[in-house]
Design a protein around this ligand. Structure first.
Ligand code: 3HC
Length: 648
């Protein structure tokens, strides 16, 4: 039974039990309606508590029911029943109260949350807006601007923040149900406080309108954040009945939109990515103590990611000076996080206290996992791993963060390559969500499972990749960049391609990205690999010419663009250079429409994606979409190229 109730003292305890996340599936809605009616009809009952079994409070409406004909009782009607309950009603929240789950809690007359609970309205991430009163009740509890921020971003907040904002009334640090009973007995003495009747606090209209415009701009084509913000704004301008009506209509309109369909694909794809048929029933090798070799830009970001997730970390640099530099780099990352308000000083100190700095590899002796982030050179990495074999335990997992080297070649120097894995982070590693979990040739199943478990604990998305040059991501990116270069040579200009890509929803076009990253490193690689290049393949020399002219990107004030005073502008010298390259090959330049530019890019990504799957490098088409979305800025609301081409 997904809903049941029992009495304790004179309180009705309504239990939702619908694993895995207590979503408000049809049976839950029906069960709640019945239980509420029974508890309200029972003269001995003085107050009601809604609580959940299992690991979480209600994590939302049942996503699997979206797209199917809705079946009554509807969630919005149920939520209204909760608010209208004659007897005071408390929501007892543990785990996550998300979407429809938070909407149930918002309609309750009091909310108590356990200390580690998290609350949010993540609907925008599914391309929709809250559909059961969230946009109207949340601003009544926490104020207009905070509510717009929460609903439009979809981000979760902690129980403590929820208490500070007035979203919950109490925090339970002990037994949630015991504390909820105490709270319910207090509420039983008073008239229920119905959230829908609470007036919205005064707010600065001009500031909120500016906030909404900024949200729409940041959404880069995704509809739901702006719509969600506008629905919340209604709460300040319309009677609640009208605000709720608007919200419901917008929810129903968006739930069947193309964007919602694409984002539901992304949701399902993310859950699928962690499921590997051959890992069924495999327990991941245990990881708590983590060693990181190298505290350069990448190593420092990785260390912060691990520290943020509660791991104990040992960093080893090659000498004292590099070690001190690494420590400063990590502290600087935390200083920026404190400055931006993302963490406080105490959290910074606590995380730093879990990072040890050394310049002797023997410090790795007790590590469960040692990950290298040293210079991307085969000899350097092989020397490191060869020496580690005699330092660490035989079951310690050894991992490389290489971008381009072959992990199997690196592993060839260790006696037991079954413990060797690739964990390819993207920069900045503490921010970027994607990690390619590289399945090396001889990898042990529990090591691969550990790679996925670790990335999940880091709050990142692990995508399994086989071994090939560039793995999944850089291989797709190389194909994409090459297609863009072909179009440059055929007649397009960098700003035209960038404009097309940005209009499509990417945060930045390829040439703006290259200018930011710098042109010199890939130039060095091209020069090194020049002898290996197949002369029969089309080669575009524009990037080489720019480098020969000293145009290494933003850091030199010029690249594909000019950066006078730091401001990006089209540079006629680049146009001339590109035209000259086309002329040398007798290419008659022609113009490209934005639609054609994007069609060529998507066709290229799909073709490369097909090859990657055919070679067994990626497991499935949806993994290709996830890599592009989480590592390269492909707009999630478009679902990815494989989704658009009907492959996933
Ligand atoms: N509906 C149906 N199934 C859901 C679900 C939901 N809302 N949320 C999660 N699940 C399922 C997953 O598909 C997965 O199933 P599987 O094991 O068969 O693959 C299982 O629950 C576990 O999910 P995770 O692997 O994501 O488990 P985690 O422990 O890592 O995370 C979570 C738990 C934080 C609850 C996470 O699942 C999550 O964020 N879920 C989405 C929550 C959400 O978006 N809620 C809003 C829904 S829309 C809504 O409520 C509309 C309303 O306003 C009308």
């Amino acid at each position: 039974m997904s809903v049941s109730w029992n009495r304790q003292d004179n309180i009705a305890l309504i239990w939702i039990d619908n694993p895995p996340v207590n979503a408000t599936s049809h049976a839950v809605r029906e069960g709640l309606v019945t239980a509420l009616a029974q508890a309200n009809a029972d003269a001995a009952i003085e107050a009601i508590i809604i609580a959940c079994k299992g690991k979480t409070f209600v994590a939302g409406a049942d996503v699997k029911e979206f797209g199917k004909p809705p079946r009554p009782p509807f969630l919005n009607d149920l939520v209204q029943l909760i608010e209208d309950s004659a007897k005071p009603l408390v929501a007892a929240i543990h785990g996550t109260a998300l979407g429809g789950g938070l909407e149930i809690a918002l309609a309750a007359h009091g909310r108590i949350a356990s200390l580690d609970a998290q609350l949010g309205l993540p609907e925008v991430k599914l391309g929709i807006i809250p559909g059961a009163g969230g946009t109207q009740r949340l601003p009544r509890l926490i104020g207009m601007s905070e509510a717009i921020d929460m609903v439009a971003s979809g981000k979760r907040i902690s129980a403590q923040k929820a208490l500070d904002l007035g979203l919950v009334d109490r925090i339970s640090e002990n037994d949630l149900i015991t504390d909820a009973l105490t709270f319910a007995k207090v509420l039983a003495q008073t008239e229920p406080r119905r959230t829908g009747h609470v007036p919205v606090r005064d707010f600065d209209k001009a500031a909120v309108e500016a906030q909404i415009v900024a949200i729409e701009r940041k959404a880069r084509g995704q509809i739901s954040p702006g719509e969600a913000a506008r629905a919340v704004y209604n709460a300040g301008n319309l009677p609640i009945v009208e605000g709720l009506k608007f919200e419901r209509e917008k929810f129903l309109e968006l739930v069947s939109s193309e964007q919602a369909l694409a984002l539901r694909h992304v949701f399902a794809a993310e859950r699928l990515a962690a499921k590997l048929p051959d890992l069924d029933g495999v327990t991941p090798r245990h990881v708590q103590n983590v060693g990181i070799a190298g505290a350069g830009l990448m190593g420092a970001g990785i260390a912060v990611a691990f520290a943020d997730a509660g791991y104990a970390i040992v960093i080893v640099e090659r000498d004292k000076q590099s070690m001190d530099l690494g420590a400063k780099r990590i502290e600087a990352i935390y200083d920026r996080l404190v400055k931006s308000g993302r963490i406080n000083e105490a959290a910074k100190e606590e995380r730093l206290s879990r990072i040890g700095f050394h310049f002797d590899r023997s410090a790795f002796a007790q590590c469960d996992l040692v990950l290298e982030a040293v210079f991307d050179d085969l000899d350097v990495k092989q020397e490191l791993f060869a020496s580690l074999s005699s330092i660490v335990r035989p079951d310690t997992i050894l991992a490389t963060n290489t971008s381009y080297l072959n992990p199997d070649s690196i592993a060839s120097v260790i006696p037991d390559p079954g413990r060797f894995i690739g964990l390819h982070f993207f920069s900045p590693a503490n921010i970027m969500r994607l990690v390619e979990v590289v399945r090396t040739k001889n990898i042990a199943p529990d090591v691969l499972a550990a790679g996925l478990a670790v990335t999940k604990r880091l709050g990142k998305l692990g995508i399994v990749s086989g071994v090939c040059e560039g793995f999944i991501g850089n291989r797709l990116f190389t194909a994409y960049r090459q297609q863009c270069d072909f179009m440059l040579e055929d007649g397009a200009l960098p700003h035209e391609i960038d404009a097309a890509v940005e209009a499509y929803g990417f945060p930045m076009g390829p040439y703006a990205v290259t200018d930011l990253a710098g042109l010199d490193i890939s130039w060095a690689r091209r020069k090194r690999d020049a002898g290996k290049r197949d002369p029969a393949l089309r080669y575009v020399a524009i990037a080489d010419r720019l480098c020969e002219a000293g145009r290494f990107g933003q850091k030199t004030g010029k690249g594909y663009y000019a950066y006078d005073g730091g401001k990006r502008s089209i540079d006629p010298a680049v146009t001339t250079l590109i035209e000259a390259v086309s002329q040398e090959k007798n290419i008659a330049r022609r113009s490209f429409e934005q639609g054609e530019i994007m069609a060529k890019i998507i066709d290229t990504l799909v073709a490369e994606g097909d090859r990657i799957i055919a070679e067994g490098i990626a497991l499935r088409a949806s993994d290709i979409d996830l890599v592009l979305i989480n590592g390269y800025g492909y707009p999630a609301w478009r679902g990815g190229p494989m989704f658009q081409s009907g492959r996933s």
